[in-house]
Design a protein around this ligand. Sequence first.
Ligand code: GLN
Length: 505
Amino acid sequence: MSTPSDTTHATAVELAGRIASGEQSAVEITQAHLDRIAAVEPDVHAFLHVNGESALAAAAAVDVKRAAGEPLGPLAGVPLALKDVLTWTGAPTTCGSRILEGWTPPYNATVTQRLLDADLVVLGKTNLDEFAMGSSTENSAYGPTHNPWDLDRIPGGSGGGSAASLAAFEAPLAIGTDTGGSIRQPAAVTGTVGVKPTYGGTSRYGLVALASSLDQPGPCARTVLDAALLHQVIAGHDPLDSTSIDAAVPDVVSAAKSGDVRGMKIGVVTELGGEGYAPGVEQRFRESVELLASLGAEIVEVSCPHFVYAMPAYYLILPSECSSNLAKFDAMRFGLRVGDDGTTSAEQVMAATREAGFGPEVKRRIILGTYALSSGYYDAYYGQAQKVRTLISRDFEAAFGAADVLISPSTPTTAFRLGEKVDDPLAMYMNDLCTIPSNLAGNASASFPVGLAPEDGLPVGLQVMAPPLADDRLYRVGAALERALTAQWSGHLLDRIPALSGASA
Ligand code: GLN
């Protein structure tokens, strides 16, 4: 009989294997995760909504399938946490905002549907910065998530809930979305794996849009192979998303199993790293470069001169798109309605609802975007930003001519303290310095754990960037690092996480 920690600390691959062999039932595995959630959620607050009933029912259905001898997919029965910005009929979708309060979607996002079709067990919806705007989950209207490594620290954002649920062993798998780094930055600061697939590689249908030309759902996990298996389940063409790519899904699973980087050309990006980066981040990054070289990769230095303009361009393009996307939250169609007393006009109700329902960061970006798109300013701001975007894509094209993948630190620092940057939007935006270029260009990108910073004992992530539709290369590098580092540490990085109070295991 397995103990709860055997179960909640196992990888998705192990859990799926136990279910397939009959060693453990999917119900038992789901119950162990629900118990763990009940024990640690008061400290972590990774979830906005847990649906134990539907999770146990989904798990029971997998057990029935197995008993009937029906074929099971590679992740059948494995529990998963879903970022609360993707629709699922099993729970309300809030996007971390008051404005959607009480709205349960009538349909499943394509990503959600593929998870259900592959018999994964959705445990619930995870916390995030409101409408995925932020780098700390502190912009959630429902309170922040705490980093399981140190409960006084941020778990990253916007997908802090998904990343924290993995690090707290509440779920072995999670789904995130990445518009400027919201999968990769939380992965980096929690010691987990996060992958932003090539833009168009995973469907945006049913993903509540932040910035449609940048948004991309992706897998989050504790191991590289688990992430690849999840990637495989959710990726692939979807006719319901007009920007979905109609091409074969890169063979991410074989790449994650191989981890062979011999002969691979790995480009270190000159503009990402160095001055202003935390010493421990720099140190672990440099060690990782040496490690990759010792594993047979050829290290080259590449310059991407326009990356320094990525942040300002992003903070014009993203607000412009989100000011348009968020116009639909008008009190008439979804969730909250404020000030409707029968005498007020529709306009007054809309204004009162948007005033009450949106938080300060969302309002800031709507105003910024409306300004950038207004006539007379359009060319100067939005138009210029689009030109910068093209230059960044060209930098990538040139760099991928010289290297198979590019690498950098994932973030300039480790997890900072809750409250430390809430009053300084610019300081908050700086977290995504390394991650934003890949969203602007649409290429594949991931963050992998490469150790703890000596100065604070907190996780450091290494970012790998690959050309569009070469997502498999991310996994090849990630698996190489994981294998070598796990041997070096005689275990997984998350084995070193402090035990959470209230947790039995
Ligand atoms: N932190 C970035 C922002 O606030 C990234 C958001 C995201 O990827 N969803 O815009």
